[in-house]
Write a protein that binds this ligand. Structure first.
Ligand code: PEP
Ligand code: MN
Length: 335
């Protein structure tokens, strides 16, 4: 309460909190009265209290989510895939491939090289969320078929982005992990539908989303019944313009503390520049990431999207060698 709050105002706030279902603990100091509200209720707006007369400040101590909270599964979630690959636990899973699927030759060539280097997932966009409607929008179902063919040929799993509800049934036969892109992190209708699906979801952080908002979006998936959720730090928009986004490495230990869900990092979209991808990938693994999502192209200079941030296969290979040294130093191993 504010210093000058009257006893009547204090009583009004207490009454309001009790009506909301809280138990109220009052502590009256020399200058200020502090009210502690204790209860199970999660869905309330702290502004309802902030606007009451005499209130100084309101701080929420408990989290607004429950299923994704660390204490729901203190041991941590491990998302298991058909071929035994796990995301979470002591493994670090690497997902690599082109930004967009462009041709059969391209997908097969990239899949072969990233598999040889040790990636367990093949990534590739079939439906592309592009800032401009005049740029390459993806090959759609044809791309999904190519991803599946290449992944099966080299013993990999497929991760690809689902942009809207109508694409879900189309994608299920082809993909092992459904990616929700940054631009869709708060597409709550899509999240609700994906909550009903029995296939793991990779939820990317929105370009201007807080960690709490990311976890609340993950809560939508879990509340719908889909417990196989992996979140992804892919960089956020800040005032820095040198890099495409600012990869928030600190989100990795923060999500690990707040939630039991595995978190992977995407240093490709997180930096937007090929020469910054490996250092940030190394940093992410050192910071405790459960996996990486990295763009690799057999011929980045001719890529139809995100060529500048795509690694050459040799660079990816070199990075994987470094990760094999870094991962054990933090108690992990490459999947
Ligand atoms: C992608 O991974 O291909 C992608 C479009 O990423 P984001 O949604 O993070 O921009
Ligand atoms: Mn991309």
């Amino acid at each position: 309460m504010q210093e000058q709050a009257t006893e009547e105002q204090v009583q009004q706030v207490i009454e309001r909190l009790i009506n909301m279902g809280f138990e109220v603990h009052r502590s009256t100091g020399a200058l200020k009265t502090v009210l502690g509200a204790v209860g199970e209720r999660r869905e309330f707006d702290i502004r309802d209290i902030e606007v009451l007369p005499g209130v100084g400040e309101v701080h929420r101590i408990s989290s607004p989510y429950k299923l994704v909270a660390r204490n729901f599964r203190p041991e941590g979630t491990i998302v298991r895939f058909p071929n035994g690959v796990c995301v979470g636990g002591d493994q670090v899973a690497v997902m690599a491939g082109p930004c967009s699927v462009e041709s059969r030759e391209q997908v097969l060539a990239v899949a072969e090289s990233v598999r040889r280097a040790g990636a367990s997932f093949l990534r590739g966009g079939a439906f592309k969320p592009r800032s401009s409607p005049y740029t390459f929008q993806g090959l759609g179902e044809a791309a999904l078929k190519l991803l599946r063919e290449a992944a099966d040929k080299f013993g990999m799993l497929v991760v690809s982005e689902v942009m809207e509800i109508s694409q879900i049934p189309l994608m299920l036969p082809y993909v092992d992990l459904l990616q929700v892109g940054a631009r869709n992190m708060q597409n709550f209708n899509l999240l609700r539908e994906l909550g009903k699906v029995r296939k793991p979801v990779l939820l990317k952080r929105g370009i201007a989303a807080t960690i709490e908002e990311l976890l609340l979006s993950a809560e939508y998936l879990m509340a719908g019944g889909n417990y196989d959720v992996i979140v992804c730090e892919r960089g956020i928009r800040t005032f820095e313009t040198y890099t495409r986004n600012t990869l928030d490495i600190s989100a990795i230990p923060i999500v690990k503390k707040l939630s039991h869900l595995p978190i992977v990092a995407d240093p490709s979209h997180g930096t937007g520049r090929r020469d910054k991808v490996a250092p940030m990938a190394r940093a992410a693994v050192a910071a405790g990431a459960d996996g990486l999502l990295i763009e690799v192209h057999n011929c980045p200079d001719k890529a139809l999207s995100d060529g500048a941030q795509s690694l050459y296969p040799e660079q990816f290979d070199e990075l994987m060698g470094q990760l094999r040294v870094i991962a054990p130093a933090v108690g992990r191993k490459l999947a």
